[in-house]
Design a protein around this ligand. Structure first.
Ligand SMILES: Nc1nc2c(c(=O)[nH]1)N[C@H]1C(S)=C(S)[C@@H](COP(=O)(O)OP(=O)(O)OC[C@H]3O[C@@H](n4cnc5c(=O)[nH]c(N)nc54)[C@H](O)[C@@H]3O)O[C@H]1N2
Ligand SMILES: Nc1nc2c(c(=O)[nH]1)N[C@H]1C(S)=C(S)[C@@H](COP(=O)(O)OP(=O)(O)OC[C@H]3O[C@@H](n4cnc5c(=O)[nH]c(N)nc54)[C@H](O)[C@@H]3O)O[C@H]1N2
Ligand code: SF4
Ligand SMILES: [Mo]
Length: 675
């Protein structure tokens, strides 16, 4: 590379997966003109270099001694960490250790961490997919056979209707709006279902303002109308699915009138939207955290898959788009950084595949017992089942529900290693803190939401004494005495993971580097056949599942937590990007006009929001949410007050807690909200 070169990197923020062109001299960012972002970019991508260059970067490996962090050499850190891990394994067994992988890091890095965990002897390996779309993975796998987005972004422009459900791309994945906008120009109808009037609703032909946690009732009522009016795709259902009669039975009682009472959406509107969706002839459903982060997460997703199957909206005629969150959350999962799956989402009890992976790694077999979910770790530590935690690029002290519990657990560990760019809230509890290099100081591959693997180039050498995660993990694997950790460059790891997937066997790293990416397993799934054992999709009827915590006289509000444009997750990156900080508005809670009147609250007032876990203070804004709903941004101290309930896929119910609100009189600074 020469000074002034244009370097192509994958954006370090969201799962849409834009490519950024960075001028290696001026370090300015431009969007890539090719796929997938086609010359578009959002502010986070545009200023992505700022956090990487922040003076807050951890400069050296650090070790806690008598509560003070002191610099140590890489050699000493690795020796002591591995020694302690082996000692814990000796005394308590391999399952007393857990690893959290980072969906901010590359495929290679995720591949290495899960390889370390499994060779060490445990499936205690997980990543933030658990907090995010794991419910979608489980639901899609049960019904269609494969737990991922089915179609590429480009297909969005082909369909007659797009439903955007519990998902707010205008703030979460701004660049995908390019595709949605083009679809609209070509005549597609846009239906948005949300508990708030979001910016995304500016695109909508139909705005469905729903009460939190009642989405199954809406989906079932839409199916009810489609079945009653015989608008379903009889041929598709007959040839390519099983279980239709169960759906017919289950949705019988979900009349639009009943659904109106539960969801708050007028019955005639439900009828109209159901007809519009069915008669469009082709359609996509895109969804996000509004569906998955509920105790009913898996059932919510099953309901919308059923809806798509009723109409045969799959393959050429439709697509299911669980829009992935982090830049490499899809890759982390595909690489096997999940406690219930081997690479490629293969179940742990698939002996043939497991043995194949084991032999590639030079051992006889791998552990078969499911590991802890990320969200289960804190109770396991509390019970004394888990003594050591090795965290790469994840900030659970802020991102996990009811974080007081997490912080208490972190304090109790015999060994906590944190590998990050910054002194995060989580890193404050670490015994060892390892400085990782940022996205632009390393090479590697990443997989976006549409399963496109893209190569990211290096802009400059690692800063300070930091090292790319793959180098740190190579050192760790060696120090633990595990076989096969002799990598001298990242491509050797790429080649190794390619060998796990038949679709990649013929591909080369060169091809990956010189293309707009490679789709794994292929661009479009289920066109002719589903990946289930009998090749057919399976309808799975679901009933309404109530939230874990119900509202009552004491806690009358339904609290939900959401994202905003210029903040990102726990704020470690965006709060260190001065250009983004300039655009940031003070966080505010949104409530409805009637509720505000009742509580004698005006826009701009300070309020205290309290749940059974605790309270936070925030400014208030009057906006379009149903009565009895309060929506707050999640990036600050929201998880001080969220609850511990998990759904069947292990995701927390971040989108529903019973809360109360009162005007807060004192003019105390709201800075308290920062993580
Ligand atoms: N700017 C920015 N972009 C991001 C991120 C970020 O932090 N900041 N994070 C990234 C990550 S990790 C992820 S996972 C994605 C997530 O992207 P989204 O899924 O868009 O994220 P959220 O804003 O959490 O939730 C989406 C919507 O669900 C609605 N909602 C809440 N409860 C319900 C409900 O019961 N029913 C329905 N129908 N809707 C409901 C909320 O009002 C919200 O508008 O964004 C990614 N992109
Ligand atoms: N209340 C509420 N809570 C939520 C959610 C919600 O909607 N509401 N959403 C949930 C969801 S969907 C998610 S995905 C989680 C996100 O939760 P987290 O993943 O914990 O949040 P991030 O802030 O993205 O943390 C990423 C960390 O990786 C570090 N990092 C960045 N690049 C690198 C790298 O190259 N190497 C290493 N080693 N580290 C790096 C960053 O500094 C940062 O500390 O939050 C969850 N929590
Ligand atoms: S849309 Fe996502 S991937 Fe694209 S520039 Fe913005 S944050 Fe990065
Ligand atoms: Mo996420």
């Amino acid at each position: 590379m020469y000074i002034g070169d244009k370097v192509k990197v994958v954006c370090p923020y969201c799962g849409f997966g834009c490519k950024l062109i960075i001028d290696s001299q001026t370090l300015t960012v431009r969007p890539y003109k090719g796929e997938p972002n086609k010359g578009r970019i959002c502010p986070k991508g545009l200023y992505a270099m700022e956090f990487a260059l922040s003076k807050d970067r951890i400069k050296k490996p650090l070790k806690r001694e008598k509560n003070v962090l002191k610099p140590v050499t890489w050699g000493q850190a690795m020796e002591e960490i591995s020694h302690k891990l082996l000692e814990i394994r000796e005394f308590y067994g391999p399952d007393a250790v857990a690893f959290i992988a980072s969906s901010k890091t590359s495929n290679e890095e995720n591949y290495l961490l899960q390889k370390i965990a499994r060779l060490f002897g445990t499936n205690n390996i997980d990543n933030c997919a658990r907090l995010c779309h794991e419910a979608s993975v489980h639901a899609l796998k049960m019904t269609l056979g494969t737990g991922t987005q089915t179609n590429p972004y480009e297909d969005l422009e082909k369909f007659g209707v797009i439903v955007i459900w519990g998902y707010n791309p205008a703030e979460s994945h701004p660049v995908v709006l390019e595709y949605i906008g083009n679809a609209k120009k070509k005549g597609a109808k846009i239906i948005v279902v949300d508990v708030r009037e979001t910016i995304t609703m500016n695109f909508a032909d139909y705005k469905l303002l729903i009460k939190p946690g009642t989405d199954i009732v809406l989906a079932n009522a839409m199916m009810h109308v489609i079945i009653q009016e015989e608008l379903y795709n009889e041929e598709f259902i007959r040839k390519r699915t099983t279980g239709f009669s169960e759906i017919r039975m289950a949705t019988m009682k979900y009349t639009p009138e009943y659904a109106e009472r539960v969801t708050g959406i007028p019955a005639p509107l439900i009828r109209e939207v159901a007809r519009e969706f069915a008669l469009a002839g082709s359609g996509a459903i895109m969804w996000g955290m509004g569906l998955t982060q509920h105790v009913s997460g898996v059932e919510n997703v099953l309901a919308i898959i059923d809806l798509a199957l009723l109409l045969g909206y799959i393959g050429e005629r439709g697509g299911l788009y669980p829009m992935r969150g982090q830049n490499n959350v899809q890759g982390a999962a595909y690489m096997g950084a999940l406690s219930e799956f081997l690479p490629g989402y293969v179940p742990l009890d698939d002996e043939k595949f497991r043995k194949r992976v084991a032999s590639l790694w030079g051992v006889d077999d791998l552990p078969t017992r499911r590991g802890f979910y990320l969200t289960e770790l804190w109770d396991a530590i509390e019970r004394g089942d888990l003594m050591a935690l090795y965290i790469v690029g994840e900030n659970p002290a802020v991102s996990e529900a009811n974080f007081a519990k997490v912080r208490k657990a972190l304090r109790k560990l015999d060994l906590l290693v944190v590998q990050d760019l910054f002194m995060t809230q989580t890193a404050r509890y670490a015994h060892y803190l390892l400085p990782a290099s940022s996205f632009c100081e390393k090479e590697g591959s990443y997989m976006n939401s549409e399963r496109r693997i893209q190569w990211s180039e290096r802009v400059f050498e690692p800063l300070n004494d930091s090292k790319p995660d793959w180098e740190i993990l190579t050192m760790l694997g060696k120090a633990l005495g595990l076989p096969g950790f002799d990598y001298s460059n990242v491509e050797e790891i790429t080649v190794e993971y390619f060998r796990l997937f038949p679709e990649l066997e013929e591909k080369s790293v060169e091809e990956l580097k010189n293309s707009d990416g490679i789709f794994l397993p292929k661009k479009r799934l289920h066109t002719w056949e589903f990946t289930t054992p009998n090749g057919k999709a399976r309808f799975m009827a679901v009933e309404q599942v109530p939230p874990w915590e119900s509202t009552d006289e004491e806690y009358p509000f339904a609290l939900t937590t959401v994202r905003v444009m210029n903040h990102y997750n726990t704020g470690e990156m965006t709060l260190r990007s001065p250009s983004l900080v300039k655009f940031m508005k003070e966080p505010a809670a949104t409530i409805n006009k009637e509720d505000a009147k009742k509580l004698d609250i005006k826009s701009g007032d300070l309020v205290e929001i309290e749940t059974r876990r605790g309270k936070i203070r925030m400014k208030v804004e009057i906006g379009k949410v149903p009565q009895g709903v309060v929506a707050i941004p999640f990036h600050f101290k929201a998880n001080r007050i969220t609850n511990n309930a998990l759904n069947k896929a292990g995701t927390s119910e971040f989108k529903f807690s019973a809360a109360r609100i009162r005007k807060f009189k004192s003019e105390r600074p709201t800075q308290d909200n920062y993580p």
